[in-house]
Write a protein that binds this ligand. Sequence first.
Ligand code: SF4
Length: 375
Amino acid sequence: MKDRKNEILVIYGKEYGKMTRRLLEEADLAAQIGDRKKRIGIKPNLVSPVPPSDGATTHPEVVESLICYLKDHGFENLVIMEGSWVGARTEEAFKVCGYRKLADKYGTELRDGQKERSVPVDCKGMKIDVCACALEVDFLINVPVMKGHCQTRVTCALKNMKGLLPNKEKRRFHSMGLHKPIGHLAAGIRQDFILVDSICGDLSFEDGGNPTSMDRIFAAWDPVLCDAYVCRLLEYRTEEVPYIGIAESLGAGSTDLDHAVIRELNLSESQAGLPDRDKVMRLSEAVNEVDSCSACYGYLIPALDRLDQEGLLKDFPEKICIGQGYKGMTGTLGIGSCTKDFTHSLKGCPPTETQIYDFLKEYLAGTGRLEAGRH
Ligand code: SF4
């Protein structure tokens, strides 16, 4: 079988089911998998219970087309597996994002990573607890969403594997600064094929709300090459996303786009937008962040965006502290239970975007700057 690790196949359009089918046929996926008895894992991104049109979760049309293709080629032992981020329930995400319906329609197994037992895996020098379901498959198909991320800049193939960790391990990843453990995880969970939903990902926030219409799906075999390509599409240098280089150094793939074969199966009708990096950078200037979880920080930034749009963020009187690094410390203004010893702290692990927005607005009112901020 030809090694296709250096290939990326790209297709554009609005008929997501048909586009997926065409990609899978071009990739000759059935032949790549081989034995029809293999257990095939499908890993979408269902970070939280929001519909795919919000730009955070994998479109079920893509996964449905993948299931149909696999069944048409005689593969029946299929399992969809995912664990939403800390603070959201996967079961709810399965329902809201259309995966419960899909599983019922095709008799496909659904596994909730938040309810799985975990198994310690040696990921090239770092022990990581991984959901058992991820280790029980013979062939893993990753179906991430190409998105921006307010802590790591981008999220796609490599970071999507974090959904196959128990919540406790997800938190530990954040306490280690994300990049190093994500890089190591690539050495512990092998991805055999990647089908990227680049239909309308939010290019600033991981949990959506600002979808950017791109109408694109692409396929890759190498998760490192896939994420390097994502950096190119979003005009980041690969070095700006350190976990990609770490994964490469551990042998999980190659960032060598110069020797990649990138084949577009048709032409793009629309030009993808780029993330509003300046906005995220500007909003984050109001924050002191130390090892915060994705959900906590991911809810804080949109809440700050709302305050900013109301003219309330300018001259905010205090830095807003967030993250596991503030556990046991004192300070003035903090978000999340990790800052419970602060003078003003919002409880919750994580608190929601609306709770953060209301809390900060109330705090501003208490300082007498609410009216001043409006001018
Ligand atoms: S409160 Fe702390 S532990 Fe909880 S989600 Fe936020 S940063 Fe993570």
